[in-house]
Every structure is written in structure tokens, then in C-alpha cells.
Design a protein around this ligand. Structure first.
Ligand code: 26V
Length: 812
């Protein structure tokens, strides 16, 4: 039976009185949010309980997705949507004189990740629950999320993000499920009854306490669990931590998301974090498995462990440790079970980001783990000596010259290695990991990333969602491939005009936000040209900036030049220790200052750099974008996922043939995307023969020359050091990411953008083609492929249906 508005309002008011002794009219948004969230949580809690009980009853194989980052953003609206409550609550709130949108803003973003990697992990959580798949998240409950970014004089300043200050309604602490993680000390092997057993000297124990969050499936009576671990000092170890400083060391373990790795203490902390959540997660999984009396020799038939990037790669060694030392299994059988249980996703080919740890650091963190890694490596080399050349062996060893290659550990210790877009997987197979591909071709596969269409269209862009409903009905809301039915409406002029109108409204909303937060006034009639993502040289925010400076100089030369007004919108955080990226931020802000305050430019150009980019800000920006900048150097962006979000929201993409841009192009066709720049082969060629001469482009291209000079000749004020740094990196340090090489072709593509934008119906029609094809990039499909091809798990049968109505609505 459907919940009525009256029932909901009654329950909501009762809670508000119970919790706060308040009437609706006296409560703050914060109190209203807390109350609504608690009603929501009660609505799914019983189904949550039944979901995991059912897993046990049906003896379902379970997947554990190990990720050092999760980036769920806000959960309120997404839970409301998935529970089938969204419209009910929206209208009940209106009746009470409240705004759901305003109250939802009171929730703090759960920002336990840096960018794409963490957001993908959360998309997968949402999608596996929605597909009814038995997937559990395993990660760290950081006390501070990703830093809060502010600009002071155009410079990035990092402030702590104390997201737990007002508590977290969604989580449940489970003290009774705590496990002990053993760190440090020394270890040696002793023979007991003919079996070698480790003996630890002076280790210390940290207690890992899990905090579980229910992940609500979309209208399907299914709630999975994301488990995040917190570190505590166990009572028995109190004496080992007598000082405030030593106690802080324990707190630090789950304190910050990405400890400063520019010094050894920071790197050690990061490695301890990795071992902490790996060990806590695996111990609790094996303990749970053991409880039901099934043989350890079959464990790989009942569980899968997924290693999300190399950060949890110690799973391989820790699982071995548990099987060997705790379960007394022999080496060969243990290794066979480990390989069958583990699978690994690679998310980057950037050498700096491929984890390598010195042996002595791993020894300090957990000496037994280093012993096991060394033994896996020794046996690997021995086994390979029978069938491979010495070069191949030495290039693929896990331990080489005192360095542990975590990707090698993950590949050798698992049965599946996947890339995250076709091009990226090709590069892994043919280049970065080609020796492994040669040795184990059957282990390699591609799983192109995806996004949660629910969050990025249904929640973030309700105007567009309604237009789609009117055109093709609502089936796309549960099966996003249905969006393709829009392609049969390409000549529907009213539809195309409506898409333009919805976009304009979204731009009006964003313009308001920009005015409020920055004071800058922008016109919603201008092109909103957007680049939002982490600040990194390879993503080439600089290429975008050079374009802006060029446009500015053009207008200075000819103030009457006929241009389509543009607002350039940036959102990006730079890693705190990444000096160059911070200099780029400063330069963008100063170019903005220059242009926005130049009266002769008027409304023709505006530059807006919004502070503190994250999931919630993305939900405001992306629906208002006309142009999506996906301009990384070909081969460098493994996939990208914001590219998918933008197309879904009807923006047109300016793109290099990199990452998933290629697959986007294949779906929408060349006429509906603006492609430019070096291709993979050309980049690889340059990198191989070193024939690229950046300074030639500076010398020979007068436009580029002038644009680059603006960074060092005072044209752009207040960037003395930063301007020089950037100029030098491009002109004298040979421009590692081929910014100058791609500049001219980028301008050509941007010229096409402008020409197309002058024809609104043509523009909006191209937007429609993009929307119609975006449904293929749903993470619901991606995760289904992981389930079928890597984990071999199937969706659960729905619970008996007493809870969710036929319409999928969760109970009150
Ligand atoms: C991190 C760093 C940090 C040190 C400097 C160099 C560098 C380069 C890359 C990275 C990224 C690490 C892993 C990551 O977040 N990869 C992203 O994963 C997304 C989900 O698969 C994917 O869409 C992005 O293309 C990829 O960059």
C-alpha cells in the first residue's frame, strides 16, 4: 500500500517532537534534515536487515569491494529517490511550508575521496544495490574528508573538512564486530609440529571498529552495506600508548584521507592506513565465513575480493597470511584460493601514481606481510624460470631492488586485471603491462566506467528529467538504455526548444549561485564553458586558460569583434603538495580578475573559478553546462566520468581522443562532439623518439607567442612567480603534456563550437543526441559486467515483497 502524505507528515512531526521537542516552524534546516534523515533510515532499516539475512539463508556468494576512497556525496535525496519517496516528501514538505531542496543543503558531503576513483566506487555501491547484487563496500572512515578549498588572493588554501561535526545519521557503529589488527615489531618462523609458524615480538594491536552505512537499491527492496573502519586503542593495549602523542598516532590512522606523502612519516602513515583497512576487512570476512562451517578450501567459491587500484593490493598477502597462519592451509592451496578470490582494477597509467613501496617500510608496518610478499615473489620467479626469458622475469617481479611494485602484486595475486575504458585497457595490454599480458592474456579485460544516471539526471536535473518523461515515458528511470528512444524524436522541434529552455533555466540557477558565492555577474545567455575535475597538468586546464587569454587579447585588439559571449567556469582542487597545479589555480584566478574587471570586455568574457569543487557542487554546475571540456593529453586520462555526466545533461563535449571520450564519440557520432588534438599513436611516437620541440611552437606561432608572453610580461598582473613557472614549463622544459602542440587545433574546435552555438536548434539537437546516448554509460550496466565476467555473482531474488509495494516504494 502506498504511503499517504498525511501518514508521512504525522510521522515526521512526531519524530521532530520526540527528538527536539519542536514544531516545524521553530526548527532549523539542520534539525529538519536530521529528522527527515532519521525517518528515511527507519524506512529502509528492516529491509537492510532482511537483505543480509537473506544472503546467508540463500548462501549467496559475496563480493567485497575494497577501496581506500568512497565519494558518495549527500545521501538524503538519493535515498529518497531510491526508496520511491522523493515526490511524496517533496510535496509533503511544500504542504508544511518547507523546501526539500533547502533542507537537503544542510547535509554535509561525505567526501572520503579525491576524485574519479572514489566517485566510481560510490557509483558502484549504488548500482550494485539497485541491481540486487551482493556487493559490500570496505574502506576507511576518515575523520576529516578531502580538504575544504578556499581562495585567498587567488591562491588555494586548504581547510580541514570536519564532516562528522554534526554527527552522521546514516552510519551504525558495530562495536561487537570489531577486529584486532597487528602492526609492527619483529617476526620469525618457528617449527611447530612440522609446520612453520610465525612468532611475533613486540607488535602492537589496533582495534578496528566498523561503521556500516546502508546502501539503498532503487525501488527493489534491497539494501547493501558499505563498511568503513575506525581505529581505536584496545583496552588490553592501553599501557602501550601512555602519552598523548602515542595515542594520536592511533587516531591518525583514520584521520586524514591522503596524508602528506612528501615526507617519510606521511608515507608510513599512508601504508599503515592501507594495511589497516585491508586486514580489518579480510579478517572480518573470513570470520564471518568460518561461522557458517564451510571448508576454507572452497572459500573462493563463496567470496570475491575486489582491489580498487593498488591501495588495497596488500589484500593478496593478508589473505595468504590468514589462510597460512590462522587457517593452517598449505602454501599452494592458499595461493590458489587467493588468486581465485582476488580481482584488480587499474585506474591510471601515470607512473607517479603507480604505487611502489620500499621493502623496509612494509617491514616496519607489518613484517609478516613483507615475508609473504617476498615468498610470493620468489616462487613467481622460480615458476617463471621454466617458461620465460630472464628479461621478462626481472621486469615483472614484485620485488626489485628493494622496491615492492604493488600493481605487480595485484596482477600476480589475482585472476582478473581490468582497465576502465577501451583505450586504457589497450594501453595496459600493449604498453604499460604488456609483459603481464603476454604471460596471462586471459586475466586481462576491459570494463568501461559508468555513472549513476539517477543522481546525475533524476536528482540533479529535474527539469530535463520531466521533459524526457513527457517524450518517452518513465521507463528510462529504471533502465537508462531506454533514453535511446529519444533518438526517434530528433525532428521534434518543440522538444528541442524545450531542452534549450530547461538548460537556460539551469543556467539562471547557476548564475544566481555564482553571484552569491563570488559576486561575479554572468549572463545565462552566454555559452557556459565548463572544466571541472582535479587540477593536474595532464588534464590540461592550462590549454583552456591559454584559449581564454587568446580570446581576451583578440577583444583588446578589436573590441567590436563579433563573438558569442562566454562564461568560463572552473572547479578543481590541487593536491596540497602539488606546487605546479597550485600555480595554475593562481593564474586562472588572476586571468579572471583581469578579464572580469576590464570594462571594455563587458559581458563578452567572464571567468569564474568556483571554490571547493565536489560532488554537491558538480550537481549544480553540470546541469547548467553548454560545453564540457575533456581535453587531457591522449593516453593520459584512463577514462574520465564527468565526460559522461555532461553528455547526460545535454552539454556538448570538446574532447581529445582519450579515455572514454572515444566511446562517447562512437555513440554520438563525429558530428555531435568536437574532437581535436594529438591521437594516441602520435603521443606515443613523440614520447618514444623525443622529437617534440615545444620551443618551436613558441617561436613560430605568433598567436601562441603573444599568449605565452602575457604570462611573463605583466599583461596578467600578480602572477610574477607563477607566470614564469608556467611559461618555463611550456617553453623551456618542453611542455610534457603537449599543450602548445594541441593549441591550434583546440582553437579550431572551439571555433566550431561558437559557429554551432549561433544556431540554437542545431545546437540543441546535438544535445539531444548526446542525452539519448548517455544511458549506455550507466554504472548499473558496468557493475553487471563485473558481476558476470569477473566475480560470477548473480542478483538476489527479491525479498518476499511484503516490504516494497508493487511500485517499489519502501515502507514508512
Ligand atoms: C593520481 C596522481 C597522484 C600523484 C600525481 C600523479 C597522479 C596521476 C593520476 C592519479 C589518479 C589515481 C587514480 C585515479 O583516481 N584514477 C582515475 O580513476 C577514474 C575512475 O576509474 C578515471 O575515470 C580517471 O580517468 C582516473 O584518472
Amino acid at each position: 500500500m502506498e504511503i499517504t502524505k498525511e501518514q508521512f507528515i504525522k510521522e515526521f512531526k512526531r519524530r521532530l517532537t520526540d527528538e527536539y521537542a519542536l514544531d516545524v516552524k521553530d526548527a532549523t534546516p539542520e534539525e529538519l534534515y536530521q529528522t527527515l534523515a532519521s525517518v528515511v533510515k527507519s524506512g529502509y532499516s528492516d529491509i537492510w536487515r532482511k537483505t543480509w539475512k537473506n544472503y546467508i539463508k540463500e548462501d549467496q556468494k559475496q563480493v567485497y569491494y575494497f577501496s581506500i576512497e568512497f565519494l558518495p556525496g549527500r545521501l538524503l535525496k538519493s535515498n529518497l529517490l531510491n526508496m520511491g519517496w522523493y515526490e511524496l516528501v517533496d510535496s509533503a514538505f511544500k504542504e508544511m511550508g518547507l523546501s526539500l531542496d533547502e533542507i537537503a543543503e544542510a547535509e554535509r558531503d561525505m567526501a572520503l575521496g579525491n576524485g574519479g576513483l572514489g566517485r566510481l566506487a560510490s557509483a558502484f555501491m549504488d548500482s550494485s544495490a539497485s541491481d540486487g547484487l551482493p556487493v559490500n563496500g570496505n574502506g576507511i572512515r576518515y575523520k576529516y574528508g578531502l580538504f575544504k578549498q578556499k581562495f585567498v588572493d587567488g591562491y588555494q588554501v586548504e581547510l580541514p573538512n570536519e564532516w562528522l561535526n554534526q554527527g552522521n545519521v546514516w552510519e551504525v557503529a558495530r562495536e561487537s564486530k570489531a577486529v584486532d589488527v597487528k602492526f609492527g615489531g619483529q617476526v620469525y618462523l618457528e617449527e611447530v609440529d612440522g609446520v612453520l609458524q610465525p612468532v611475533y615480538k613486540n607488535p602492537y594491536i589496533i582495534r578496528a571498529v566498523p561503521y556500516d552505512t546502508g546502501i539503498v537499491g532503487y525501488k527493489n527492496n534491497h539494501v547493501n552495506t558499505m563498511r568503513l573502519w575506525d581505529a581505536q586503542i584496545p583496552a588490553s593495549e592501553e599501557v602501550k600508548f601512555p602519552t598523548i602523542e602515542s595515542r594520536r598516532k592511533v587516531e591518525d590512522l583514520t584521520s586524514v584521507l591522503y596524508p602528506d606523502d612528501s615526507n617519510e612519516e606521511g608515507r608510513l602513515l599512508r601504508l599503515r592506513q592501507e594495511y589497516f583497512f585491508v586486514s580489518a576487512g579480510l579478517q572480518s570476512i573470513v570470520r564471518h565465513y568460518r561461522k557458517y562451517g564451510k571448508p576454507m578450501s572452497e572459500i573462493s567459491e563463496h567470496i570475491s575480493v575486489h582491489i580498487n587500484d593498488t591501495h588495497p593490493a596488500m589484500c593478496v598477502a593478508e589473505f595468504m597470511r590468514i589462510l597460512l597462519d590462522d587457517e593452517k592451509m598449505g602454501w599452494d592451496e592458499a595461493f590458489d584460493q587467493t588468486v581465485k578470490t582476488m580481482s584488480y582494477t587499474n585506474h591510471t597509467i601515470m607512473a607517479e601514481a603507480l604505487e611502489k613501496w620500499p621493502v623496509y617500510l612494509i617491514e616496519r608496518v607489518q613484517p609478516r606481510i613483507m615475508q609473504i610478499i617476498a615468498e610470493i615473489d620468489r616462487r613467481y620467479a622460480l615458476e617463471l624460470a621454466k617458461r620465460a626469458e630472464t628479461d621478462l622475469i626481472s621486469g615483472t617481479r614484485i620485488v626489485n631492488n628493494g622496491i615492492v611494485h604493488m600493481a605487480h602484486l595485484a596482477i600476480i595475486g589475482s585472476h582478473s586485471t581490468n582497465g576502465v575504458a577501451k583505450l586504457h585497457t589497450d594501453l595496459l595490454e600493449q604498453d604499460v603491462l604488456k609483459d603481464f599480458y603476454h604471460l596471462y592474456p586471459e586475466r586481462f579485460n576491459n570494463k568501461t566506467n559508468g555513472i549513476t544516471i539517477r543522481r546525475w539526471l533524476q536528482i540533479a536535473d529535474p527539469r530535463l528529467a520531466k521533459i524526457i518523461d513527457k517524450t518517452i515515458g518513465t521507463k528510462w528511470r529504471s533502465n537508462s538504455k531506454e533514453l535511446h528512444n529519444l533518438a526517434t524524436h530528433l525532428n521534434d522541434r518543440r522538444l528541442i526548444a524545450n531542452i534549450g529552455k530547461a538548460k537556460h533555466q539551469n543556467k539562471v540557477d547557476l548564475a544566481k549561485y555564482i553571484k552569491q558565492t563570488t559576486g561575479i555577474v554572468v549572463s545565462p545567455d552566454a555559452i557556459f564553458d565548463v572544466q571541472v575535475k582535479r587540477l593536474h597538468a595532464y588534464k590540461r586546464q592550462l590549454l583552456n586558460l591559454l584559449k581564454i587569454v587568446k580570446y581576451y587579447l583578440d577583444l583588446k585588439d578589436d573590441p567590436k569583434k563579433d563573438v558569442v559571449p562566454r562564461v568560463f567556469i572552473f572547479g578543481a582542487k590541487a593536491a596540497p603538495s602539488y606546487h605546479y597545479a597550485k600555480s595554475i589555480i593562481k593564474c586562472i584566478n588572476e586571468v579572471g580578475n583581469l578579464i572580469n574587471n576590464d570594462k571594455t570586455i563587458k559581458d563578452k568574457l567572464k571567468v569564474v573559478f568556483l571554490e571547493n569543487y565536489g560532488v554537491s557542487l558538480a550537481e549544480k554546475i553540470i546541469p547548467a553546462a553548454d560545453v564540457s571540456e575533456q581535453i587531457s593529453t591522449a593516453t593520459k586520462e584512463a577514462s574520465g566520468t564527468s565526460n559522461m555526466k555532461f553528455m547526460l545533461n545535454g552539454a556538448l563535449t570538446v574532447a581529445t581522443l582519450d579515455g572514454a571520450n572515444i566511446e562517447i564519440k562512437d555513440y554520438v557520432g563525429e558530428d555531435n562532439i568536437f574532437i581535436f588534438g594529438l591521437k594516441k599513436e602520435e603521443v606515443l611516437q613523440y614520447e618514444a623518439d623525443h622529437s617534440y620541440q615545444a620551443s618551436d611552437y613558441y617561436a613560430n606561432d605568433p598567436i601562441l607567442h603573444r599568449v605565452l608572453d602575457a604570462f611573463v610580461d605583466g599583461t596578467i598582473p600578480s602572477i610574477g612567480a607563477e607566470g614564469a613557472e608556467i611559461f618555463n614549463s611550456l617553453v623551456h622544459a618542453n611542455d610534457e603534456y603537449f599543450v602548445l602542440r594541441d593549441f591550434e587545433d583546440y582553437l579550431r574546435a572551439q571555433g566550431e563550437v561558437e559557429k554551432t552555438y549561433r544556431n540554437p536548434s542545431l545546437w540543441n539537437k546535438k544535445c539531444l543526441v548526446n542525452i539519448a546516448n548517455a544511458g549506455y554509460f550507466s554504472s548499473d550496466y558496468t557493475i553487471q559486467k563485473y558481476a558476470d565476467e569477473i566475480w560470477h555473482v548473480v542478483p538476489s531474488d527479491p525479498l518476499d515483497g511484503k516490504d516494497c509495494g508493487a511500485n517499489g516504494q519502501y515502507p514508512l
